[in-house]
Design a protein around this ligand. Structure first.
Ligand code: ATP
Ligand code: ZN
Length: 297
């Protein structure tokens, strides 16, 4: 494993761990490509080196990533916040990445009379997140029996193994399928970029970490905004300006057509359709919308 040794010994290379194969893998690799990193990721390789940035990517089980970052095997990791929370490891969360959304919830059988977690302080709780569950119930003054199961936690109540579960859910469909209902959210989770605190204190590493973070922010901002161009009567400009939230004031260009202007602005995706309707009502026409690739705010 000479290649692996050279990865570990190369002092100037940043190392980033991502999930090798699972729910976060595609999004994570997309994000890394989108910030301009050129690397190979085919097959079952353990790591690859970016061709155009001093960074190596290590492919790992997601459960191992908080430890790798915490123990400084790698400088950076992309992993679900739920695992950082579960393992209680001292790493810095640098950025929330807006994918891999899920919640860690307490759920009970539909026919249970329990409606709040306070009703479970001495209950039997099945979970694959024992530390998160234990800490949560301790914070309520409870000492439930925690039964650790690594898969299919949802069937535990039906099998008579537990009174309730603590489990991840994204859409709630798996809970529904098993006649369970969530009664409390312990943690909202998504994929996060985490860093080793010592790496952040090292000036040379810090500089490259900041470059990665800046690029990820630009990709994220670009995803959240659309670039909108439209024509409008100059007389309507005040009203149009008041509709456009813009990053700054919109850009206004006079057209050859007297009394008409072109207005350019970036509009946040969430507000997008409402704003377009208001702009049309205010007299804007020929509205052209384009996606942004990167946006440096
Ligand atoms: P590995 O083989 O790497 O250990 P895994 O099977 O433990 O993978 P995945 O199921 O791929 O993990 O989930 C990875 C992460 O995706 C979770 O830790 C969580 O942050 C996130 N996630 C998003 N939605 C869900 C969901 N519905 N259920 C479980 N995890 C989810
Ligand atoms: Zn895992």
């Amino acid at each position: 494993m000479t290649t692996h040794r050279s990865l570990i010994n190369d002092g100037n290379q940043l190392k980033l761990a991502v999930q090798r194969s699972g729910r976060l893998t595609d999004h994570s690799l997309d994000l890394l490509r989108h910030i301009g990193l050129d690397f190979e990721s085919y097959g079952q390789r353990l790591f690859s080196r970016a061709r155009n940035f001093p960074l190596s990517i290590l492919y790992a089980r997601d459960d191992d990533i908080p430890d790798y970052v915490g123990l400084n095997t790698v400088d950076l990791g992309i992993v679900g916040r739920n695992l950082v929370h579960e393992q209680g490891i001292a790493v810095e969360e640098l950025l929330a990445l807006r994918y891999g959304y899920c919640s860690l919830v307490v759920a009970v059988p539909n026919d249970s009379e329990i409606t709040t977690p306070e009703g479970l302080l001495n209950a039997r709780i099945a979970t694959s997140y024992p530390e998160s569950a234990r800490r949560f119930f301790h914070s309520l003054g409870g000492r439930p029996e925690i039964i650790t199961i690594s898969g299919s936690v949802e069937v535990a109540p039906a099998l008579g193994l537990a009174d309730a579960i603590v489990e991840l859910t994204a859409t709630g469909s798996s809970l529904q399928l098993n006649d369970l209902r969530p009664i409390h959210t312990i943690l909202e989770s998504e994929a996060v970029l985490i860093a080793n605190p010592a790496s952040l204190r090292d000036p040379a590493r810090r500089e490259n970490i900041d470059r990665i973070v800046m690029r990820m922010r630009a990709v994220d901002a670009a995803r959240r905004f659309k670039y909108v161009m439209m024509n409008a009567p100059e007389a309507q400009l005040t009203q149009i300006r008041s509709i456009l939230p813009g990053l700054k004031a919109p850009t206004v260009v006079k057209l050859d057509e007297p009394g008409w202007v072109a207005v350019h602005a970036a509009i946040e995706e969430d507000l997008f359709w409402d704003k377009i309707e208001q702009l049309r009502a205010a007299g804007a026409s020929e509205i052209l919308v384009s996606a942004l690739d990167k946006l440096m705010l």
